[in-house]
Design a binder for this molecule. Structure first.
Ligand code: PLP
Length: 484
């Protein structure tokens, strides 16, 4: 009996051609393309055949049902396969510049500028008035010059690339003096000694981890010196028994030896006077005014723009960097220029412009967060989520002002039916809401949540409570995180 029954089962399996003639599959072919539908249908049939061979399916009724459900199943998987993996998330961590979450969000003005440029041709390297070739920096340099006291500026892929380009252009085959207190690692993959070595320059360590004096630089500076590099201690502080060299002393030494003095400013504090959390961060403006020849910094940290590495300073040095063939390797595309120019325009407009989201967050007063947090808290309560409004300390992140925190507000969720870890996971994997766990509680910090996302958070919690109620009956479902 078993044998003939098995044969019957195999006879029930349709050929792929038969399947594709069904109206359901015709419809799928129109949506996803015939070749694609044929391929997934064939693979689904192969899998069913394998299961028959392994006797995992033995009842004809079971098999018939699976075959009749095939269209619906393939539709779901075809849809899923065409869904981008790069998706929008809600950052409720309270870390403003979060590298894992894509750093600075762009303002809607800037996003529109990108969209406008992306879908057509542009004057990226073209001087419209003169009808001849231009340089892509023409859309960026004069704007940066109006913000910073520099003669010239250029831009490349990111700040790591900027450091690399500077070293490779000005110090390949020569020594670069760096204080031992500044031989940093940033974000695990950016180490000053490693970048320096790859650039072809030779690292000459100066002083000690906690103390470096100008005499330490004087002792090692020589004909071999290509440049002096100062690195912003982005994500750490050396405290206690310390000594750092004053900028003025470094400037004098570099001038006397006729070597460029360069600063990797990391996050790049362009707005020193405008915020308390930044008041102790070294300002790019000061470095340039003090006499640093070049300063480089990230586009997507405090500046609040796209990923980019900005180099500002002396014209002659910028010209040399532009001529380096590696500049061609590390240059940025029109979308980055659009985003960068848009960001700089918003900054130039000041009060009258739409501030970058990072800047808006940084300057959000608690009085503005209060009604939002109260609204969220009471609506959560009404949906059965016991919670408390808590004062939190948001962080700048991105290696800016590691000791400074920004007063903020959030909600702390009291979970009873599930662990805080399970809730954090549901929010993250099913709804794209990234929260944090503190003292065994899920905390949502509202400073980094865009105001229009408050309701999406509420929606996520309502979904989670509904699912918790009928979790006994509900089947696990495919859920893609929140998107707009
Ligand atoms: C963040 C940082 C970098 C790396 O910048 P990217 O734009 O991420 O390449 C380099 N140096 C310092 C001091 C930084 O803080």
């Amino acid at each position: 009996m078993a044998v003939s029954n098995e044969d019957d089962l195999f006879r029930l399996l349709p050929a792929v051609g038969q399947l594709l003639q069904k109206s359901e599959f015709e419809h799928l072919s129109q949506r996803f393309g015939r070749a694609r539908v044929k391929a997934v249908a064939q693979s689904a049939l192969d899998k069913l055949r394998d299961r028959l061979h392994r006797a995992e399916i033995v009842e004809p009724e079971e098999l018939s049902e699976m075959i009749s459900n095939l269209g619906a199943r393939l539709e779901t998987s075809l849809e899923a396969s065409l869904t981008p993996s790069l998706i929008r998330l809600i950052n409720a961590t309270g870390v403003l510049i979060h590298t894992n979450l894509g750093r600075a969000p762009l303002s809607s003005h800037v996003a529109r500028a990108i969209l406008d440029l992306a879908t057509g041709y542009s004057n990226l390297e073209y001087k419209v008035e003169e009808g001849r070739r231009g340089h892509r920096d023409q859309h960026f340099e004069h704007r940066l010059k109006s913000l910073l006291p520099c003669e010239a500026a250029t831009v490349c892929n990111n700040n790591a690339a900027a450091v690399f380009l500077i070293l490779n252009t000005l110090a390949a085959g020569k020594e670069v003096l760096v204080s031992r207190g500044e031989l940093v690692e940033i974000g695990g993959s950016f180490r000053i000694p490693a970048i320096l070595e790859k650039s072809g320059a030779k690292l000459r360590e100066v002083g000690t981890t906690n103390k470096t004096r100008i005499s330490d630089y004087q002792e090692v500076i020589s004909e071999q010196t290509g440049l002096i590099l100062k690195v912003h201690p982005s994500n750490y502080r050396i405290i206690g028994f310390t000594a750092q060299v004053r900028s003025q002393e470094l400037v004098e030494l570099a001038n006397r030896a006729s070597v460029p003095l360069v600063e990797d400013a990391g996050s790049g504090n362009l707005f020193p006077s405008r915020h308390v959390a930044l008041s102790r961060e070294r300002a790019i403006e000061s470095s340039l005014l003090e006499g640093f020849d070049l300063v480089c910094f990230s586009g997507d940290k405090l500046l609040g723009g796209p990923q980019a590495g900005i180099i500002a300073g002396r014209q002659s040095l910028i010209e040399e960097i532009r001529k380096n063939p590696l500049m061609r390797v590390l240059r940025v595309d029109k979308l980055t220029y659009a985003a960068l120019e848009g960001t700089l325009i918003e900054i130039e407009k000041g009060e009258s412009g739409e501030a970058t989201p990072i800047w808006k967050m940084l300057t959000t007063p608690l009085s503005e967060l209060e009604p939002r947090v109260q609204h969220l808290s009471s609506r959560l309560e009404a949906s059965g989520w016991t919670n408390q409004i808590v004062s939190t300390r948001a962080l700048l992140g991105g290696g800016s002002a590691p000791e400074e925190s920004i007063p903020s507000l959030g909600v702390r969720i009291e979970t009873t039916s599930q662990s805080p870890n399970a809730l954090e996971r549901s929010l993250r994997t099913r709804h794209g809401v990234i929260s944090r766990i503190e003292n065994d509680h899920v905390i949502l910090d509202l400073l980094t949540v865009l105001p229009e996302q408050d309701d999406q958070i509420l929606f996520a919690f309502r979904q989670i409570s509904n699912q918790a109620v009928d979790s006994a009956t509900a089947k696990p479902e495919h859920f893609s995180p929140t998107r707009e």
